[in-house]
Design a protein around this ligand. Sequence first.
Ligand code: NAP
Length: 336
Amino acid sequence: MEKKSRILIVGATGNLGFELAKASLQASHPTFALVRDSAFSDLLKSRKLQTLSDQGASLLKGSLQEKTRLLEAIKQVDVVICAVSSKQVLDQKLLIEAIKQAGCIKRFIPSEFGLDPYKTRISGLDNNFYGRKAEIRRLVEAKGIPHTYICCNFFTSYLLPSIVQPGLKTPPIDEVTIFGDGNVKGVFMKESDVAAFTISAVDDPRTLNKAVHLRPQGNVYSMNELVELWEGKIGKKLKKIYVPEEELLKKIKETPYPDNMDMVFIYCAFVKGDQTYFEIESPDGDHKNFEIKHFFGVEASVLHPDVKYSTVAAYLIMFRRIKLSSRPLSYLIQQV
Ligand SMILES: NC(=O)c1ccc[n+]([C@@H]2O[C@H](COP(=O)([O-])OP(=O)(O)OC[C@H]3O[C@@H](n4cnc5c(N)ncnc54)[C@H](OP(=O)(O)O)[C@@H]3O)[C@@H](O)[C@H]2O)c1
């Protein structure tokens, strides 16, 4: 049997990083986590670390600011996956330098896990959110580091719980705001599914130096379709308030950063269509253009049909249960 790559996760105490570490262990990869000293004295984080350690993960102390520890950790593995938050994206520069210096890494997956930063068309609106991720891509490519980018679009825990209503945490039950004409499609993926697809990509030669897009059937919806789906779940029609593009742009500009970011992401996905306007190349297609970077990608569920994932419809069933249940929302979220 082919040997499984040894995987180092940076950010394993975080939301996505914990899922990545669990998925790596689940897939029987020797799994390592680079953990900051401070995490061990935090109750929630130390519980997560205990869970990972109990399942066989090796915990290595270090941070993105400590080059010696980074090098020590990198030299023990074949693959590095970074899942630091969007605020720390540029802090990956020293990690990239260490990966280059170590010379042993056969795949690096930088912290992206959202829309493809080479495809977004909202520069000037997003406080350089995607510009920072694109800057890291360019650095990885300039250094010649073997890589895969994971473009998973939205997490289900982001915006879907409110049916894309900025500022709300639960779905609307009387009226709903629809941005643009409501026909532009976006994509939602559950974090544990993002993690499973990411781990499936690490040893797959078809994903080397490519962007892997997650756009599977059952997870691509326009706002009109989402609302209709929700109405079907609750058995009730909602009052619809349409906010045209110009009005949304005006609100984005009038609202200070970072409070405007939900609206920016909504504009990007559901008005501009930046998650779905481009075709994804078939892995079985003509590969002659594969030397031309950035113009191709692969779709994860086509590459790995064995990975089971949650659909948007399944996720929304949980919210219908809220109406019938006295359980707190956090409990219900864990059940999905
Ligand atoms: N598509 C979406 O809808 C969506 C939504 C949210 C996030 N994301 C993306 O998902 C990725 C992960 O975000 P997240 O929200 O899961 O992150 P998170 O929960 O904030 O976790 C960040 C992790 O990074 C670690 N970390 C921070 N600074 C570090 C440093 N200097 N050295 C080493 N480790 C450090 C933290 O460790 P400590 O425990 O020590 O603090 C923590 O484990 C990001 O790329 C983000 O943009 C996407």
